[in-house]
Design a protein around this ligand. Sequence first.
Ligand code: ADP
Ligand code: ZN
Length: 434
Amino acid sequence: MYWNREIETLDREALEQLQLKRLNCTLDRAAGAPFYRDRLGGNARHLRALAELSSLPFTTKAELRDAFPYGFLAAPLESIVRLHSSSGTTGNPTVIYHTREDIEAWQDLVARCMYMTGMRRNDVFQNMMGYGLFTGGLGFHYGAEKLGAMTIPIGPGTSKRQIWFLREFGTTVMHILPSYALRLSTHVREQGLDPRADFKLRMAYIGAEPHTEETRQKIQETWGITAFNSYGLSEMCGPGVAFECPQQNGMHIWEDQFLVEIVDPDTGAPLSDGECGELVLTSITRMGTPLLRYRTRDLTRILPGPCACGRTHRRIDRIRGRSDDMMIINGVNIFPLQIEQTLMRISGIGTNYLIEIHEDNYMDKLHVSVELAPDAFQGTLGQVEGLHGRVCAAIREETGVTPVVKLLEAGSLPAAEGKAVRVVDLRKQSGRGC
Ligand code: ADP
Ligand code: ZN
């Protein structure tokens, strides 16, 4: 049941002692990076208690970007064996450097996550995430090999190929974007196959993009599998930072490797367990690019109380979005996931949707285009009209904004290659919305 029983069930006191020790070593290492040397001075002061963590300044994505290329490099360049770079689209990319120890620790962490969900050596693992600078592909790949499962490094190939490999090799576990998991099932049906009956799949790891509990349920039902939420970000290592256990109730964040804080996204003030805010992470084992109090911009909360699985590492709730993806529509704050959640609850509605914000005579207008479920067109026009009315009313009820809704035939919205693009802001004024 445990990949590393001692670490996963370490009592809180021992865990916190380990954290403090590792944090102080990290402060020494971080001072080797030009950015932190300037900020902390040559000799980083050791902390006497974890509570003193909040005396250190935050590190932001903008600082990471501005220090391109080597401002955050904390180890000699000759000890670096790999770099990863985030998919960020504006300005310099953010670059994270890995030593051999970093890579080994990361693959062990991913293996720990997989083992926790019940994956074993005799599983066949199909990795549909992009390989390359994005950490999702290689991160899971090395984790699965470390665990000892046969790994199919297919990457984001065409659906036809994915389905062929799933069938021919009897894939039992897949790693897939949640938006793609639903789309792939429609391709399976187009081939006359039943996603529940014609595959040996038993689990999916879904992550890399925000999704709702409703989407997870839909994936589980459609494929007849258990889907586990997987959270990570390249700044910490990549996937493996937090992962669901068999309880499927929050993701254990591995506190032997990362210090967790939740802060108010506007003021930076610490919030207590249970309160929703921005996740701030400190990596305490990384050699190449350790980061202190990194503002992830991801919104979540710590779930109070212990988990029934026996692990002592705290859990974070599923990510509700990023602090920077909130849409402000005529003064009303809306997160894209609120709309997804509403759509997924309506039967007859498919899995792919797109939100557009238009500007019309100085007023913002929320447009939601959503695909119908593949069989919805067999209904009468009256039924489709009824569905249209239900979608408008449900979104209005959830957000307080009256949307312009377009129902589309299944498969008609453009399919993203990587993470799904859900929001397009077409307003003239930049700097608003997302
Ligand atoms: P980028 O910031 O360019 O997308 P990354 O590949 O490092 O680069 O992506 C990390 C981000 O992806 C996280 O900060 C988070 O916003 C999102 N993410 C990762 N896993 C999840 C998940 N399980 N649920 C929601 N969002 C996720
Ligand atoms: Zn648990």
